[in-house]
Design a protein around this ligand. Structure first.
Ligand SMILES: [Cu+2]
Length: 324
């Protein structure tokens, strides 16, 4: 009799205390179905629950929304009660011309019965703001509750630490720049190296059908300790390839060949662009059509010659030669 009493008391005590279970499998973490998200975009995230707590069913799942995620909306789930907590954000966010200062900070799905042997997903949508750090992971803590305890997926790895080394890591989403931002602010600069020179954005400017000449543009950087010179080149579609400069001749802007070639100073950079220095393809044998590519060989005094496959691009008059 006493023995039975003791057993009952012990059982009652155990179930009253929130137990923290140990994870048995390294692969059974709570995770998201997506690994990355772009800033300034809405993302659907599914929390994947792969097991219960030491054999027990999962009865409740709670996600804590970190700062930087706004417009959070959970997806209702049949058989589960849905509850959200709304709070003030630490920062103010702009969305469609409005200041957003508060929103959902916690989502709880409860009252369900997800058996240890089963798998399920808990879904919500959030807007990833541009206040999140690009190139870093955003960790989103999740707690899984069972009849007599919980599994808290809330450990956040320190800088340089592998999340796999943590017992119960919070799942992370890699924050990426939005495609839009990428287009506006970064150029895809392929660098072509020849000796100590680095060539970027080499192009041929598109011409009208009967043009006699075409211009070529590029940027040349000299990483060496000696000056080099771009002296000219060859191309099968033109009789001559010269390096030209623009010079005022009285009131008239004229272009002419740079005698002895164009100097690229040691440690310096020279850009050939519309309205200034340029390569001149003389006596064209072909029409330079936008979208096509042509082989051109440029000749440098010290770095030698380099053959390039140049794209033909439309360049606005007086505008910059952007390499998008
Ligand atoms: Cu010219």
């Amino acid at each position: 009799m006493t023995n039975l009493m003791f057993k009952l008391t012990a059982a009652a005590l155990i179930s009253a205390l929130p137990t923290t279970f140990l994870t048995t499998s390294a692969h059974a973490h709570a995770t998201f179905d997506v690994k990355e998200a772009e800033v300034n975009s809405y993302q659907r995230l599914a929390i994947r629950i792969g097991h219960g707590c030491d054999g027990q069913s999962t009865e409740k799942v709670r996600v804590a929304i970190p700062e930087g995620l706004i417009s959070v909306k959970p997806m209702p789930k049949p058989g589960w009660q849905l509850e959200t907590t709304t709070d003030d954000y630490a920062s103010e966010y702009q969305l469609h011309g409005r200041a957003i200062t508060s929103g959902v900070t916690k989502i709880t799905w409860s009252g369900g019965d997800l058996k240890d042997a089963h798998y399920d997903e808990f879904i919500f949508r959030a807007r990833f703001t541009d206040q999140l750090t690009k190139g870093k992971k955003l960790f989103i803590p999740i707690v899984q509750y069972c009849a007599s305890g919980e599994l808290s997926w809330s450990e956040i790895p320190a800088e340089g630490q592998d999340p796999h080394d943590l017992k119960r890591p919070a799942p992370g989403i890699m924050i990426k720049a939005s495609a839009d931002t990428h287009h506006k602010h970064t150029k895809t600069m392929d660098v072509i190296k020849v000796g100590n020179l680095e060539i970027t954005s080499p192009i041929i400017r598109a011409t009208p059908p009967n043009a006699k000449v075409a211009a070529g543009y590029l940027t040349i950087k000299n990483t060496g300790s000696e000056a080099d010179r771009l002296i000219g080149g060859t191309a099968s579609f033109a009789e001559k390839v010269e390096v030209h400069e623009m010079k005022m001749d009285g009131e008239i802007m004229r272009m002419r060949e740079i005698e002895g070639g164009l100097e690229i100073p040691a440690g310096g950079e020279v850009t050939l662009e519309t309205g200034g220095l340029h390569i001149m393809f003389m006596k064209l044998k072909e029409h330079m059509k936008e979208g096509e590519t042509h082989k051109v060989t440029y000749q440098f005094e010290k770095a030698g010659s380099i053959e390039l496959k140049l794209p033909v691009k439309k360049v606005e008059r007086g505008g910059h030669n952007h390499n998008h």
